[in-house]
Design a protein around this ligand. Structure first.
Ligand code: NAD
Length: 468
């Protein structure tokens, strides 16, 4: 199978050993990635550190032009990258799959290119002139998960580059191949050392942990689970790293009595099942008012029943397999438990290999594991409620606070409820619709800081105030 290279200082590196990356649809090898250790990580950090003085001192227009060139490169290789994502991640080429993911990466890269953080004049009078500058940090370490490997890599890399930082990125061992290729491609238009990539299987040596403690990395931007994010925060403390942590979610959707069940069914489905539920801000619990509960469930099941599940490489596939065995086992166990507690309306039984059909289970309540835990898979619990105050209390009864949604015909009433949900983003009559001009991040245990927009860009800088 194809051996992929890492790029350090614009040079291909294998690091000697390699590990297999599996295609979740077939169980076969999608390719092999370098299994790197401390020496390769140090080399990547040293390259990024050496590239920093020149890169960070470039004029803002030059940084912007370089970011535009990076965006164009990704667009040029969009189809190739989409195929690698499908091969290693499992999502379909079409629909909200890998072509959509790469399209999103291009859109985010382009939007971030156009952002800027001009000097802010705080005071200019006879007492003096006070200017607020945004200075780059140095080497940014990016650690990414396996659900949207290219899009999340771009969310991390582009704001770092745009603000004059250099990067060492480490993808998930489950999906390193698309990031290896992405970094190779963008190095065609960047100076050596500005973006480097390291990969490993997290067994003998945990690269992410070493990055979090590395003295020559100034910031970690991390997207992944809450447990790992907390470990990063701990190991980053001695070196006072800046942190952006985008962690897990257990987003609630609240359906009010005045909805049109047929009208919202398709959006409810995609709010929960996008990328097979393996999406941080997917709807993971659905609270439905008792007066419309049966009608909403019926409409949702009618839509979900016709979804074609299969190998993502098949152009007709709508949902692929679960990405890896550990996640498949977790979803299977949560669904099996929920079957004993509630009523299965659709699916519920694991399929062949890593395939798991869209599953909807009603009759559940807070305290049931499928409701309380982040399933990160295609199994949606439905909880009936009688009083909207109870629904809000149940939605907020979680250590997570990433996203939430309110489904309602009366938009003003929905807006009032939105303000009472404890989460970083609230959508009305949709779920999970993030966009590059709106800051995105979790509250409570779901994270620290935000990504996207000017507020996200600021997190790649320190403030320096100049008093004259
Ligand atoms: P994970 O935490 O297991 O792994 C994420 C990354 O961290 C991987 O690259 C992994 O190799 C690395 N890592 C492992 N141990 C580490 C350590 N000790 N120190 C530093 N890095 C380490 O997460 P995952 O299973 O890949 O992703 C699924 C999780 O990601 C879900 O909880 C999901 O909600 C979350 N997620 C959040 C967002 C968001 O924006 N909030 C987006 C996507 C996914």
């Amino acid at each position: 199978m194809m051996q992929h290279f890492a790029t350090i200082n614009d040079k291909p590196v294998t690091g000697g050993a390699s590990f297999a990356v599996l295609n979740p649809a077939t169980g076969g090898e999608a390719g092999r990635a370098p299994n790197m250790g401390a020496a390769e990580l140090d080399a990547a950090v040293a390259a990024a550190r050496a590239a920093f003085p020149d890169w960070s001192s470039r004029a803002d227009e030059a940084l912007q032009a370089a970011c535009a060139a990076v965006t164009a490169k990704i667009e040029e290789h969009a189809e190739e990258l989409a195929r690698v994502v499908t091969l290693e991640q499992g999502k379909p080429l079409n629909g909200l799959g890998s072509r959509w993911e790469i399209g999103g990466a291009v859109a985010w890269a382009g939007y971030t290119t156009g952002l800027s953080l001009p000097v802010k004049l705080l005071q200019d009078n006879e007492q003096g002139r006070v200017e607020l500058h945004r200075r780059p940090l140095g080497v940014v370490g990016s650690i990414t998960p396996w659900n949207f490997p290219v899009m999340i890599a771009i969310w991390h890399i582009m704001p770092a580059l745009r603000t004059g930082n250099t990067v060492v990125i480490k993808p998930s061992p489950h999906t390193p191949l698309s990031t290896l290729r992405l970094v190779e491609i963008i190095n065609e238009v960047l100076p050596p050392g500005v973006v480097n990539v390291v990969t490993g299987d997290d067994r003998a040596f945990n690269i992410g942990a070493a990055m979090s403690a590395h003295p020559d990395i100034q910031k970690i931007v991390f997207t992944g689970s809450c447990a790992t994010g907390q470990k990063i925060m701990q190991s980053a403390a001695p070196t006072m790293k800046r942190l952006t942590l985008e962690m897990g979610g257990n987003d609630a959707g609240i359906v009010l009595p005045d909805v049109d069940p047929q009208g919202i069914a398709e959006r409810l489905f995609w709010g929960a099942f996008i990328n097979n539920g393996q999406t941080c801000a997917a709807m993971k619990r659905l609270y439905v008012h008792e007066s419309v509960h049966d009608a909403v469930c019926e409409a949702l099941v009618a839509f979900a029943r016709n979804i074609q599940v299969g190998d993502g490489m098949d152009e007709n596939t709508v949902l692929g397999p679960i990405q890896n065995r550990m996640q498949f086992d977790k979803v299977s166990a949560l669904a099996a438990d929920a079957k004993r507690r509630g009523k299965v309306l659709l699916g519920g039984e694991p399929g062949e290999g890593l395939f798991f059909p869209p599953t909807i289970i009603a009759g559940l309540r807070n305290g049931d594991p499928l409701v309380d835990e982040e399933q990160f898979g295609p199994a949606l619990p439905v909880i009936s409620y009688g009083n909207v105050e109870d629904a809000i209390a149940m939605a907020n009864d979680s250590s997570n606070g990433l996203g939430g949604s309110v489904w309602c015909s009366d938009i003003d009433a929905a807006r009032r409820l939105a303000g009472r949900l404890q989460c970083g983003s609230v959508w009305i009559n949709k779920h999970g619709a993030i966009q590059p001009n709106a800051p995105f991040g979790g509250i409570k245990a779901s994270g620290l800081g935000v990504e996207f927009a000017e507020e996200g860009l600021q997190e790649y800088t320190d403030i320096q105030v100049v008093f004259a």
